[in-house]
Design a binder for this molecule. Sequence first.
Ligand code: PRP
Length: 211
Amino acid sequence: MTQITLALTKGRILKETLPLLRRADIVPSEDIASSRKLVFSTNQAHVRLLILRGVDVPTYVQFGAADLGVAGKDTLLEEGGDGYYEPIDLGIAKCRLMTAVSADAQPKKGRIIVATKYINIARQHYAQHGRQAEFIKLYGAMELAPILNLADEIVDIVDTGNTLRANGLVTREHIADVSSRVIVNRAAMKTKFAEIDSILSALRSAMEECQ
Ligand code: PRP
């Protein structure tokens, strides 16, 4: 059978994707969370799993190094790649992309400074709202930026809101709802149709069972 490579990412997406994969009868041959390996075989001899940084999943799928991947909609919006289809919204790892400010921030006229790891999403959002902004790229702990006066606002994902609250920030504008999506390399969708279609069908059934 043709080899199928599925790209995943550690963290909350993996935690919520593994039970779905198990229901779709794709079970890693060892515990991913406690291993430093990056490639895992599964109970299905022709299916292997890659563990990547989330931001790299669309790149691997776009260039065909992986046939399929599971990535957050936030990553897909930010990377804006093509070369892949997005056939399934898994409805897991749900959160929202929001802007946030210090709870005691005074409204500021004119150009503001926005700190985020989602530079492209943020640029588009502020442009659409006709607000002039400069952007500072950060890789994490965005919530610190307004507290230390590095930025006026941040753009980040919000789930429970606990991280914002714990750091004295409040949400302001909703940018997009986020959940995990299955993406498929366009060429592989044709050349490996039977194998990929069977995985997509199994995932859809697994999702229905969960509802
Ligand atoms: C995300 C995000 C916030 C937090 C929001 O970080 O950057 O810090 O989750 O979740 P909450 O609303 O439930 O508090 P994550 O834990 O994914 O780590 P990251 O900073 O590496 O993205």
